[in-house]
Design a protein around this ligand. Structure first.
Ligand SMILES: Cc1cc2nc3c(=O)[nH]c(=O)nc-3n(C[C@H](O)[C@H](O)[C@H](O)COP(=O)(O)O)c2cc1C
Length: 257
C-alpha cells in the first residue's frame, strides 16, 4: 500500500463493533493471515489469526474474525504490537473492512485457555475484523458518545515545545489525533526541545504502550507524506535520515608545486 493509501485509511477509520452476519471471505482471511506472518517474522511478535472470534465477545454483534495481538513481555514488544497491529488495521480499513482494537471488552481468559501461549508471552489486545454493518448500531453509538465526550487535540498532547513546530510535524500530529486509543485517552506526550522531537507514555509497562505504538505509526505516515524520511529510535526520539548526497571531494593534488 502507498503512503497516500495509508492516509486515506487513517481518515476513514473508526472503531466498528457491529458486523454483518457473514464471515470474511476465504481469500480475505488468507491475505490477513499473510500480513500476520509478515509481522511475526519481521518484528518478532506472536500475532494469531482467529477465524471465528464471536465466542470471545459479548457486546459485539454479527460475525467477525480477530487477530490476537501477542508478543514478548517488554516495553518494546508492547509498542511494536501497537505499531504493527495498526498497520494491519489500516490495510483492512483501506480495503473496506471494519476493525476495532479491544483490550477490555472480550474474554481474555478464554483466549489464554484456547491458545497455547508459552508462559513468557503476553496477550496485549485483540483486533476484531469483519464486514461492518452499513449503519452504526445503538451499542456503537453509545460507546462512541461515552468515549468521545472530551477528545484531546494534538496540541494537548504536546508537553514541551520550545520553538515553532515544523509544519510536517504538526500535520503528522493531526494524523496521530485520528488514531485509536483505549477509551480514547490519547496518552502519548510529545516534546520538541532543542530541535529534538521525542515522545513517551507515563506507564510504559501498561497497554498505554499499545496506544503509543499506534501513535508512532501515524506520525511516521504523516511525516513521510511531507517528504521526511524518519524513524523512532529505541529511546523514542524521532530521527530524520539525511538525504543521501554524492559528495565530490577532489583529492589534494600534492604533485602540484
Ligand atoms: C489498545 C486499545 C484498546 C481498546 N479497547 C477497547 C475495548 O476493550 N472495547 C471497545 O469497544 N473499544 C476499545 N478500543 C477502541 C477505542 O475505544 C477507540 O479507538 C477510541 O474510542 C477512539 O475511537 P475511534 O477508534 O472510533 O477513533 C480500544 C482501542 C485501543 C487502541
Amino acid at each position: 500500500m502507498t503512503n497516500e493509501q495509508y492516509i486515506e485509511a487513517i481518515e476513514k477509520r473508526h472503531s466498528r463493533r457491529a458486523f454483518k452476519p457473514k464471515h470474511l471471505a476465504d481469500d480475505v482471511k488468507d491475505v490477513i493471515k499473510q500480513m500476520v506472518d509478515v509481522v511475526n517474522e519481521s518484528a518478532g511478535l506472536d500475532f494469531v489469526f482467529v477465524d471465528d472470534a464471536t465466542p470471545f465477545f459479548k457486546i459485539f454483534s454479527g460475525k467477525f474474525s480477530m487477530i490476537i495481538v501477542a508478543g514478548p513481555d517488554s516495553q518494546k514488544a508492547r509498542e511494536d504490537c501497537g505499531y504493527y497491529g495498526e498497520s494491519i488495521v489500516l490495510q483492512c480499513v483501506y480495503h473496506g473492512l471494519g476493525t476495532c482494537w479491544v483490550s477490555g471488552t472480550y474474554n481474555e481468559n478464554k483466549v489464554y485457555e484456547s491458545f497455547d501461549f508459552p508462559s513468557e508471552k503476553r496477550v496485549y489486545a485483540v483486533i476484531a475484523i469483519g464486514y461492518a454493518r452499513d449503519r452504526y448500531s445503538i451499542v456503537e453509538k453509545s460507546m462512541y458518545s461515552a468515549t468521545h465526550k472530551k477528545s484531546k487535540s494534538y496540541q494537548d498532547m504536546i508537553e514541551v515545545c520550545d520553538e515553532k513546530l515544523p509544519e510536517a510535524y504538526s500535520y503528522a500530529l493531526k494524523l496521530v489525533e485520528k488514531g485509536p486509543s483505549a477509551v480514547n485517552r490519547r496518552p502519548v506526550k510529545f516534546r520538541y526541545e532543542n530541535g529534538i522531537f521525542s515522545a513517551y507514555v507515563d506507564e510504559p509497562y501498561s497497554d498505554k504502550s499499545i496506544d503509543f505504538g499506534i501513535a508512532k505509526l501515524h506520525f511516521v505516515i504523516g511525516t513521510r507524506a511531507k517528504g521526511i524520511n524518519g524513524k523512532w529510535s529505541l529511546e523514542n526520539v524521532f530521527e530524520v535520515s539525511e538525504p543521501q548526497r554524492l559528495k565530490f571531494e577532489p583529492k589534494e593534488n600534492n604533485d602540484e608545486q
